[in-house]
Design a protein around this ligand. Structure first.
Ligand code: ZN
Length: 701
């Protein structure tokens, strides 16, 4: 019987017209292979290890590409008010959580900041809010940002101002009129600054009251002093400073530039003033909470704003500094035994560290952490840079799959998963060499140069032949040479172009060189009597796992004389996560010259959608269970959905009413799903959104 089979196979061999390459012989491989995503060489070399053909068919071990482990200490999130306004508290938190942050610092105020603290606590994440001497809601940057948002949103000017009003921003003149100019910092010519003066006793009281409010009402885990010093070295010449400086030093504030001693004394005095604020804040946080006191400043060695880092860092429970060199971080963290965090912005990542240079950014993070920083504070927009996907742990689906798979795992490279065995290497050549040791023998290997696209081709051919993939540079690397020797290889397939040097190095090893001009895989299959019955198309631009920047969507309808504008933000939410938030801003504008009376907006949101935080500029909002009429809660919203009523007694001509709220999707959606936000509109009288088009879809896997 055996003889017969051998005979038959020999007959088949003769029958195949073209010469075929002999297959390799694999040793043992774990049940699942996990490979790091930080370098394309890993997944390419791992492919023939996990998936290969032999004469009986194809062997497929699960192969997962996972993010690499980044040792970046504790991870903090830094959230601005504009982030909350744009994306909503829950969405911001969930995105940060996906990157393993353990605490957030919110530079904001109001309901959204408060709800962020609540949600963070539910998720076991610490929440800190900043206390500052900035003018309330008057940051030009912030106004510009939001103005830009509303302008690009195609809404009417009336709707724009309603929107700005709704989120607590209005015409700048109004803000200034609310501010007592005596409280502002001043230059020597009495020009007003844009921060309150930290020496003014009323200002200090206001700041301390705010800290108390944050602790008692917002239930924060800590308060972070931020922008609470002097605007720059040209401030402050306000009346309070004049008086107190004279009282403390006997020097007239007009004389400070007359001698270097006076100037030095003034600088010292300013640092003492700022330090007084830190001390008092520390007393409050200790007595009232106790909660933590953090202090966020810029460069730790810049004292132009009166921040004396050396002293401050000994009082505060932790400090947050701007990105400085690893050497400076070492110096700064050596000056205190309290944790020091480096605050990383998207601008710093994209422009200073360079967006393309993700490896460099990761290295910076690891460098400052090993230099003594307790960790990094990531500004929210960093989640939209290529860096973020490097920091993210394995996705929910990857975790789930790994749990289902069970069995033994093999980790290749720096994988953020605890594996049963690991192959680690100092460079891609060494990694490929170590992977090739899993073959008992192989008559050949597929060689590829520094080219990911060719690497993809090399991996499929290698899988089919059950040969390892090895890499080459300008010269043949020592590791690749020794791998070929250990395999007992007699021939190599060269995928695409490699350098002349590497080619002659290979020839000197007495290997026969086979060039794959692209059709070698097909020829090999044909020679074995196979032809492909399907083709998988891929591209070599799939290395970026960036989360997409949430994009809003705008819808407009006209119902009678009422213009309905709806702004859905974001229109796409991440898949696989329950509790995703879509923010709805609905504006009604009366386009008639008559007053519209008894305007009513009614919408039914399908089951699994919970409406939260409704805020209407005018009128009354009522959200109930559509069947029982009871108050809408997560459980009944999950079963029955939510019914929204918005009643306005009247809407004046040309006037706009706005309603902002969050829609929480209570269940995780699969990738590619599209779900309606509103099922039907059981309107009786005036308006309902003909927004059966309203929907939310998911992004990414
Ligand atoms: Zn002053």
């Amino acid at each position: 019987m055996k003889l017969l089979i051998v005979f038959l196979m020999a007959a088949l061999l003769v029958a195949s017209s073209e010469a075929q390459l002999e297959r390799g012989v694999k040793g043992s491989v774990e049940d699942a292979v996990l490979v790091s995503a930080d370098d394309w060489h890993g997944p390419v070399a791992a492919t023939p290890l996990a998936i290969w053909s032999n004469d009986n068919g194809t062997v497929k071990q699960p192969l997962l590409i996972l993010p690499k482990e980044v040792s970046s200490g504790n991870r903090l999130g830094w959230v601005e008010q504009t982030d909350l306004d744009r994306y909503g508290a829950v969405a911001v938190l969930r995105t940060l959580e996906a990157g393993n942050i353990t605490a957030i610092i919110v530079h904001g105020s109001g309901d959204l900041a408060k709800s962020l603290v609540e949600t963070a606590h539910k998720d076991g994440i610490k929440a800190y809010i900043t206390a500052t001497l900035e003018l309330p809601d008057n940051s030009n940057l912030k106004t510009d940002d939001i103005m830009h948002l509303t302008q690009t949103s195609n809404v009417t000017s009336a709707a724009q101002s309603a929107f700005l009003g709704e989120i607590g921003l209005s015409a700048p003149s109004q803000n200034e009129s609310n501010v007592d100019p005596k409280r502002l910092q001043k230059q020597s010519d009495q020009e007003n600054g844009s921060y309150f003066c930290p020496v003014n006793p009323d200002v200090r009281d206001g700041l301390y009251n705010n800290i108390e409010k944050l602790i008692e009402d917002y239930k924060v885990d800590g308060v972070v002093l931020y922008n609470f010093g002097f605007q720059d070295e040209n401030y402050c010449f306000c009346d309070f400073c004049k008086e107190k400086f004279y009282k403390d030093t006997g020097i007239d504030l007009t004389k400070i530039y007359s001698s270097s001693y006076n100037l030095e004394r003034w600088k010292q005095w300013k640092q003492e003033q700022v330090l007084d604020v830190v001390r008092e804040a520390k007393n409050i946080t200790t007595d009232l909470g106790p909660v933590k006191l953090g202090v966020a400043i810029g460069n730790p060695f810049d004292r132009s704003q009166g921040y004396n880092y050396a002293d401050i860092s000994k009082i505060a429970d932790f400090t947050v500094i701007s990105p400085v060199t690893a050497a400076d971080v070492k110096l700064a963290s050596g000056m205190t035994d309290r944790p020091v965090y480096v605050r990383l912005s998207d601008d710093y990542v994209e422009y200073t560290l360079s967006a393309q240079n993700v490896e460099g950014a990761v290295k910076y993070i690891e460098d400052v952490t090993s230099a003594g920083a307790a960790g990094l504070a990531y500004e929210y927009n960093v989640v939209y840079t290529p860096l973020w996907s490097e920091l993210e742990p394995p996705s929910n689906s990857a975790k789930w799959l790994l749990e289902q798979l069970g069995g033994r795992t093999l980790g290749l490279g720096n994988v953020s998963w605890k594996c049963d065995s690991n192959i680690k290497a100092n460079n891609p050549y060494e990694l490929a060499e170590k992977i090739s040791e899993r073959w008992k023998s192989s008559p050949g290997a597929v060689i590829v140069g520094d080219n990911y696209t060719l690497g993809l081709k090399a991996s499929t051919l290698a899988s089919y032949l059950n040969w390892p993939v090895l890499f080459t540079g300008k010269d043949l690397p020592r590791e690749t040479g020794s791998a070929l020797k250990n395999l007992g290889a007699k021939e190599v397939v060269i995928e695409g172009e490699i350098s002349g040097n590497a080619r002659s190095n290979l020839s000197q090893m007495n290997l026969s060189l086979i060039d794959d001009s692209g059709d070698l895989l097909l020829r090999e299959m044909k020679a074995r009597g196979f032809s492909p019955n399907s083709v998988v198309l891929t591209n070599s631009h799939d290395l970026s796992l960036l989360p997409p920047i949430p994009k809003p969507e705008f819808k407009r309808a006209k119902v009678g004389d009422i213009l309905v504008d709806i702004d859905i933000n974001p229109a796409k939410i991440p898949a696989e996560r329950a509790g995703e938030i879509v923010r709805l801003n609905i504006t009604l504008t009366n386009a008639n010259t008559d007053v519209a009376k008894d305007v009513q907006l009614v919408d039914l949101f399908p089951s699994g959608k919970l409406l939260r935080w409704p805020k209407a500029s005018i009128g009354e909002v009522n959200i109930t269970d559509p069947y029982t009429g009871e108050e809408s809660k997560p459980l009944n919203a999950f079963m029955d959905g939510s019914l929204l009523f918005w009643n306005l007694d009247k809407l004046e001509p040309d006037k706009t009413a706005s309603l902002a709220m969050e829609v929480e999707i209570l269940y995780p959606m699969d990738a590619g799903w599209v779900q309606r936000l509103i099922v039907e509109s059981p309107s009786r009288t005036a308006i309902w959104n003909r927004m059966s088009l309203l929907s939310v879809r998911t992004t990414g896997p």
